[in-house]
Design a protein around this ligand. Sequence first.
Ligand code: 5GP
Length: 178
Amino acid sequence: MKIKIADLEFEPLISESLIAERTKTIGQQLNADYPNSVPVFVGVLNGSFLFIADLIKHIDIPCEIAFTKLASYYGGTTSKLKIREDIDLIVDIKDRDVIIIEDIVDTGNTLNYLVEKLKLRKPNSISVCSLLLKPAALQNPIDELKYVGFEIENEFVVGYGLDYQELGRNLNSIYKKV
Ligand code: 5GP
């Protein structure tokens, strides 16, 4: 069923049950990959808030959760090169295993910026888990991107944390622009 958000129309792309199933699998993979570590999960606000909340329920190793807030879109439907930093990560990540949780990687500029910035704080390791990836839009490969929920076409999506003009974050599934 099509829905309207502000001036745009969207149609279903990834269902709630598919997201839940994939999230559980990624959680199990993370448990297996970090058996002797107490990793710090770093959620990138706002878009990742639902994904990190659901993912963390499947994590059964000891872990910490922290947040940072970056923005590169400012309400439009195309990625802007300029990155605005709204909330810095305040936990000390020196010698820690860091797992960045992203909603979506488009050009990869936001993620690159964050990874390079966190590397300066000398963590033991950094890996990235993104719910969505647009491989055709990615400008430079990001070695740290080890966990991806779904690869999608180069299209604009909303729902499950992702917004259009700050609307649609509350949708339980993911929709694409018609
Ligand atoms: P990048 O820097 O990789 O180009 O863009 C990453 C950020 O742009 C994401 O964290 C997200 O906030 C936003 N973004 C990229 N693609 C989309 C999209 O299709 N829909 C929405 N709502 N946001 C997107």
